[in-house]
Design a protein around this ligand. Structure first.
Ligand code: PA5
Length: 340
């Protein structure tokens, strides 16, 4: 059941309110970022971050590459790529401010003399920035990192010039779509609830074209963290040249739920490949397709991401697991901290 009462029973820490706040977060994050100015203008930019923080950089980089031809590198690691140096801008994003890899890569940036901005709710990253007189963008504390995506995405976007109109349009699209996905909207009219029901019991594999790859990855990580299930993301058309064989030959294919993220602006080659792939997979398992809608690419990418957030949230409710805690990540971090 996916009515409001079952949502309340399972969602002990109020994740629904955080998922619902995405449009407001984007607007607020953008306002906060504007205070730092367009620091990312006309230069190479590297965005650091892991997991729920790193994905903000990956989504923004993908959109900027597709629409603006901007080269922004999203790095999910403890070191910077060798080409990064003086004159480049490094934006270190860590919601907690305490993530080992992000802090190590931030120190790497300091050694190399890059310009640096921290985007965090506090922790060591904030102390590092304050201690070295570096700018930092402080976002509200008290959320799970993945539930603060909007603040991080909006804040980061504001560092790039001329993003205001796109971000505004996207936030408005998120607001409109969000009202249709909320727990109060009955299953028959709620695309996220319907999709969660169809996916339940199968392992989601989310497919996106290269621009949507980080959005597909966000879907995966939300299924992992909200619904606590295994899930993977993959990129088409590349997967047609390898993974497709598994779909065609593996007798366990029906245990998986391929979810295609489609965009009306996809290029002809992608459209043909995705349509053909979907038809080939149909004989092996039930294929899900999500068709992005919206006036701009950014609006479509972010509303598709939002649908994934809600779908994984409802899958958590169906599985009767509290969507918020991710105990094992905390355990891993505690173990690593002991060895430092
Ligand atoms: O969703 C999560 O909790 C994780 O993916 C974290 O985002 C990740 O471990 C990095 O932590 P932080 O976002 O605080 O830098």
């Amino acid at each position: 059941m996916l009515d409001e009462a079952s949502v309340r029973r399972v969602d002990k820490s109020g994740a629904a309110a955080h998922v619902a706040s995405l449009p407001d977060q984007v607007v607020r994050g953008f306002q906060l970022g504007l205070k730092l100015g367009p620091l990312a203008a006309r230069r190479r930019v590297v965005v650091l971050g892991m997991g729920g923080s790193g994905i903000a950089g990956a989504v923004l980089a993908s959109w900027l590459a597709a629409e603006r031809g901007a080269m922004v590198a999203s790095v999910n690691d403890a070191r910077l790529p060798p080409w990064v140096g003086e004159g480049d801008l490094v934006v270190a994003i860590s919601y907690s401010g305490n993530t080992l890899e992000t802090l190590a890569a931030t120190r790497d940036a300091m050694r190399r003399g890059t310009d640096l901005v921290g985007l965090t709710s506090g922790g060591t990253l904030r102390d590092l920035c304050d201690g070295h007189g570096l700018p930092s963008l402080l976002i509200p504390p008290g959320l799970m990192p993945r539930s603060a995506f909007g603040y991080m995405f909006g804040g980061l976007a504001a560092l790039f010039p001329e993003t205001t109109a796109d971000v505004r349009t996207a936030a408005e699209a998120l607001r409109v779509k969000g009202t249709k996905l909320a727990p109060g909207v009955p299953e028959a009219k709620n695309a996220a609830k319907k999709l969660a029901q169809r996916v339940k019991g199968r392992t989601p594999i989310i497919y996106g074209t290269p621009t949507y790859a980080p959005v597909a990855r966000r879907w995966q990580t939300e299924f992992n963290e909200y619904a606590k299930v295994l899930a993977w993301a993959s990129v088409l058309p590349e997967a047609d040249h390898n993974e497709l064989v598994g779909w065609a030959e593996d007798p366990s294919a029906k245990r998986f739920a391929p979810i295609f993220l489609r965009d009306p602006g996809e290029i002809e080659e992608h459209r043909a490949m995705l349509d053909a792939t979907r038809e080939l997979m149909k004989g092996k398992t039930k294929v899900e397709e999500v068709r992005a809608e919206g006036p701009t690419l950014l609006a479509r990418m972010l509303t598709t991401l939002q649908l994934g957030d809600w779908t994984s949230f409802y899958l958590a409710v169906l599985r009767k697991v509290d969507p918020t805690p991710v105990a094992v990540i905390g355990k891993l971090k505690a173990q690593l901290a002991k060895h430092r």
